[in-house]
Design a binder for this molecule. Structure first.
Ligand code: HSE
Length: 437
C-alpha cells in the first residue's frame, strides 16, 4: 500500500523527537499501521538551525505551504500557542487533512470549534500528546474505560511543577533554580507562568473532563491556582502529618454539577500517586465498574511526547479509510450526545482543608478558632500547635478539617483572620484522601 504522507509544523523538542522515533522504529511502525508513515516536509522557524536534525527532509519557513500541500494527508501541529496554530489547524481541516496535535492550549480553548469543523469535513483530529505526554490517557479514557460512568479523576499533569515541588522537598532547592533547570531540560512552557500557576494543568484537565464526562471543553470555567505561594514550611508540616503536597487537576462528578479545579493539594503519602516525583505525570481515574485505575509515565520531553504523537499517526493511518461515522468520536461520546451538566463554581466544591495560622500563645485562642469552625459547620480532623521559636510570642497552628463546602471554609477563614489573637492571613491548602468518594 502506498505511504501516508505527513507534514510537520514545528521541529523543536517534540517535532525533533517525532522525526527521530519515526526514523528509528519505522519498520515496526509500518507493520503496525499497515502502511509507511512518511514525513514529506516540515515547516520550521529557522531552516539553518533545523537542517542538522532534518537531514534531507524538505524544509520551509511558511507553515501555510504545508497545510495547503495537496500531497499531505496528515498535518502534525507542534508549534504550540493559539495563533497561528488555530488558523493552521482550521485550514488543514478545510483542506480535508487529518490533524495530529500536541497543543493542549489550543484544544482546551478552541477544541469545540475544531472538532465541529473536523466532524463536518469527515477528518480526524488526534491529540493524545496534549495531555500527560507519553501516557496514553486519552486512549484509556476514551476507549479502555468506555463501559464506565467516570466518577472522578485526579492527575499530576504538569511535569514542571511536580519537578519543582519534588526538588524543593528533597533538596531544599530554591524555587527559581529548579525552574531554570526545568526550562533547560525542555519541560517548561515558553511562558513558565503557565506551569507554575496551574494554567497548563487546567488546559489538560479541561480536555480530560470533556472526555470523561461527555461535556464540551470549558477551560474558562476551570478553577486554577498554582504553586507559587507554597512555602517550604507547609511542605514540611504536611509531611509531618503524613501528607505530600502535589499540584493536582481534579474533575469530579458531584450531585449538582462537575467540579473542575487545579490547585496544590495535600494527599496521603501512602497513595501511589503521592510518590510520583520529578517531571513524571500520573492520572488516577475512578470508574464505577472498574474502581480506581492509575496511569503513570513521562509527561513531557522529546521522545515521550513523540511516543503519543506517533501513536496518533498510527491510529489516523489505520482509520483513514474508515467511514467517518464509525470512527472513535473525538470526545468519546457521539457529538450530538454531549451533556450540558454545569461546571460548579469553586464556592460549591466539597473538599477537606489544611489550615495554617499564626496565633498568640495565650488561653482561649484555640477555643475561639474552633468555635468559628463549629459555627460554620466545619468538623476538625486534626490539630497541631507548634512550639514557638526562641523569643517569639506567636505559634504556628495547623488544622486539618473534614470535607466541607468551600464557601463555609472561606467564611470561617475570614472570621478567624479578624481575631485579635491571630496574626496575618490563614494559609489554606485543599486536602483530598483520593479514596471512594
Ligand atoms: N510544560 C509541560 C509540563 C510540558 O511541564 O508538563 C508538557 O505538557
Amino acid at each position: 500500500m502506498k505511504p501516508i504522507n505527513v507534514g510537520l509544523l514545528g521541529l523543536g523538542t517534540v517535532g525533533g523527537g517525532t522525526l527521530t522515533v519515526l526514523r528509528r522504529n519505522g519498520e515496526e511502525i509500518t507493520r503496525r499501521a499497515g502502511r509507511e508513515i512518511r514525513v514529506m516536509r516540515a515547516a520550521v522557524r529557522n531552516v539553518d538551525k533545523a537542517r542538522a536534525l532534518a537531514g534531507n527532509l524538505p524544509l520551509t519557513t511558511d507553515p501555510f505551504e504545508v497545510v495547503t500541500d495537496p500531497n499531505i494527508d496528515i498535518v502534525v501541529e507542534l508549534i504550540g500557542g493559539l495563533e497561528p496554530a488555530r488558523e493552521l489547524v482550521m485550514q488543514a481541516i478545510a483542506n480535508g487533512k487529518h490533524v495530529v496535535t500536541a497543543n493542549k492550549h489550543l484544544v482546551a480553548k478552541h477544541g469545540n470549534e475544531i472538532f465541529a469543523a473536523a466532524q463536518a469535513k469527515g477528518v480526524m483530529v488526534a491529540f493524545e500528546a496534549a495531555v500527560a505526554g507519553g501516557i496514553p490517557i486519552i486512549k484509556a479514557l476514551r476507549e479502555g474505560l468506555t463501559a464506565n460512568r467516570i466518577e472522578w479523576l485526579a492527575g499530576i499533569i504538569n511535569g514542571t511543577s511536580n519537578f519543582i515541588l519534588t526538588e524543593m522537598r528533597d533538596k531544599g532547592a530554591a524555587f527559581e533554580d529548579v525552574l531554570k533547570e526545568a526550562q533547560r531540560l525542555g519541560y517548561a512552557e515558553a511562558d513558565p507562568t503557565f506551569d507554575i500557576e496551574g494554567i497548563d494543568a487546567a488546559h489538560k484537565l479541561t480536555i480530560l473532563s470533556a472526555i470523561a464526562f461527555g461535556i464540551p471543553m470549558q477551560f474558562d470555567r476551570a478553577y486554577t491556582e498554582g504553586i507559587s505561594k507554597l512555602t517550604r514550611e507547609d511542605v514540611k508540616y504536611a509531611e509531618e502529618l503524613g501528607y505530600r503536597i502535589k499540584l493536582l487537576g481534579i474533575a469530579r462528578r458531584a450531585e449538582n454539577g462537575i467540579e473542575l479545579r487545579v490547585h496544590p493539594t495535600l494527599i496521603p503519602e501512602r497513595r501511589l500517586i503521592a510518590n510520583v516525583d520529578g517531571a513524571m505525570n500520573a492520572v488516577l481515574v475512578r470508574g464505577d465498574a472498574v474502581g480506581p485505575t492509575l496511569y503513570y509515565g513521562a509527561g513531557a520531553g522529546a521522545e515521550p511526547t513523540a511516543s503519543a504523537v506517533v501513536a496518533d499517526l498510527v491510529d489516523v493511518t489505520r482509520l483513514h479509510t474508515a467511514d467517518p461515522h464509525h470512527r472513535v468520536p473525538h470526545l468519546a461520546f457521539q457529538p450530538d450526545q454531549l451533556a450540558d451538566t454545569p461546571i460548579l463554581q469553586m464556592d460549591e466544591v466539597r473538599t477537606a482543608y489544611y489550615l495554617r495560622l499564626r496565633a498568640f500563645d495565650r488561653p482561649g485562642v484555640l477555643a475561639d478558632i474552633t468555635r468559628i469552625l463549629a459555627d460554620s459547620h466545619i468538623s476538625i480532623d486534626a490539630m497541631v500547635q507548634k512550639e514557638p521559636a526562641e523569643g517569639e510570642e506567636q505559634v504556628n497552628i495547623i488544622l486539618l478539617t473534614h470535607v466541607t463546602v468551600e464557601k463555609n471554609i472561606n467564611a470561617a477563614i475570614a472570621k478567624i483572620e479578624t481575631l485579635d489573637s491571630v496574626a496575618g492571613t490563614v494559609m489554606r491548602i485543599r486536602l483530598e484522601e483520593l479514596t471512594g468518594r
